[in-house]
Design a protein. Structure first.
Length: 385
């Protein structure tokens, strides 16, 4: 959840970015617990006593700061007792289960024990998935022995005589979102455009762009919170109607990173989205609380399928955002909330597991769409006055 590169069960400070973890190599730059000798297994960024070894029970195998029977490196609440010696709820992490799986997939439980979880009903952190497969050429020629058949490489724009050149095209899942110039043509991912004999395919198809032209709505909400309605105007320059996916993401500002200590304050809520509708219909495919941006606050993500009318018509999608109260609330010059809307559709790069903030749109290039700036992410800051 902290964005440190360690999943929660292997992160000694799951709510703060930190360098150390139980599987990290000893010593710099990964040792986040270097101010103590010996280290107690709680990295400095969240250790209330960063220069004192907090060991609790004398244990030759390691430190147990909260005396609950679990060593710090293997305790889902290393600073709050919740283990075999602390009562019947041994390492319990069930608070998220009642709200179901997070919008970006994965299990509901986040491996942060309920008694020390800032957001006990939200699965904190992005669920990471990866699928890697190697191509195998069967029954025909593969001159460069890279696993891709010559005919396939020729059809997808890569060089069949160079093992350093492999297909980069919409037809090859993952090749348009891996940050590499796979086919060696000078264009990476969303900058790998289709067209021309040297690149008959690619990560773009021409004349398919759907543009978010405008988002109307109030620019302020009261300190007591409340519901604000928005209209998103969509333009499709194509000659036929297209289907797309709208992604609505709410975040609170500024981000809250908790201080060191066993019981930090709860994270802030960004609100919720409801009543998504459109003149051509809108089908919500996922909606709920989520926390994937590396701070301790709770965001919200709603995804909905919509139909966008053909040019020159404009399609309107409506939705409501209910904002929570803000306290303290000074108003002038502050940004308390951010609402972000994105759109992707059939010919955009949309591999599963990429860009959870943008629904199924890839999170590369110019904001998850393509090289056309007319359909970039549009966002609005909300100030509580």
């Amino acid at each position: 959840m902290s964005g440190a590169g360690f999943v929660n069960p292997l992160d000694t400070c799951p709510f703060q970015p930190n360098a150390g973890g139980p599987i990290a190599p000893a010593g710099a730059p990964y040792d986040g617990d270097s101010s103590e000798a010996p280290g107690d297994g709680i990295d400095e960024v969240c250790d209330p006593h960063p220069t004192t070894t907090d060991c609790g029970f004398a244990n030759p195998l390691g430190c147990d700061a909260d005396n609950d029977g679990y060593l710090n490196r293997g305790d889902n609440c290393p600073q709050v007792s919740n283990g075999v010696l602390a009562g019947p709820n041994n390492q319990q992490d069930l608070g998220e289960v009642s709200t179901g799986a997070p919008v970006d997939g994965g299990p509901a439980s986040d491996s942060i024990g309920d008694v020390c979880d800032i957001n006990p009903t939200v699965a904190d952190g992005h669920f990471h998935t990866a699928l890697r497969g190697a191509p195998v050429c069967v029954g025909t020629s593969d001159s460069d022995l890279d696993g891709w058949c010559n005919l396939t490489e020729g059809g997808l724009g890569s060089d069949p005589l160079s093992s350093a050149s492999t297909p980069e095209a919409l037809q090859v899942p993952g090749s348009c979102s891996d940050g590499r110039d796979n086919d060696g043509d000078g264009g990476t991912d969303l900058n790998d455009s289709a067209g021309g004999p040297a690149n008959p395919t690619g990560c773009q198809l021409p004349s398919h762009d759907l543009s978010i032209k405008k988002m109307n709505g109030l620019t302020t909400v009261p300190c007591a919170g409340g519901t604000v309605g928005y209209n998103v105007l969509l333009n499709n320059p194509g000659a036929t109607a297209e289907s797309g996916e709208i992604s609505i993401y709410l975040d609170s500002q500024p981000s809250y990173i908790p201080p060191a200590g066993p019981n930090p304050a709860p994270g802030k809520s960004a609100g919720s989205v409801s009543a998504v509708s459109g003149e051509t219909g809108a089908t919500v495919t996922g909606s709920g609380s989520i926390n994937i941006d590396g701070d301790a606050d709770v965001e919200w993500l709603t995804k909905a399928l919509v139909s966008i009318k053909k040019s020159p018509a404009t399609t309107t999608v409506q939705f409501n955002v209910t904002y929570p109260p803000v306290s303290p609330c000074s108003g002038a010059g502050t940004t308390d909330y951010m609402v972000t809307v994105d759109l992707c559709h059939g010919n955009d790069v949309a591999p599963l597991g990429v860009g959870p903030l943008n629904g199924n749109c890839a999170a590369t290039g110019d904001g998850g769409q393509d090289r056309i700036s007319g359909n970039d992410i549009i966002s609005k800051s909300i100030d509580a006055q």
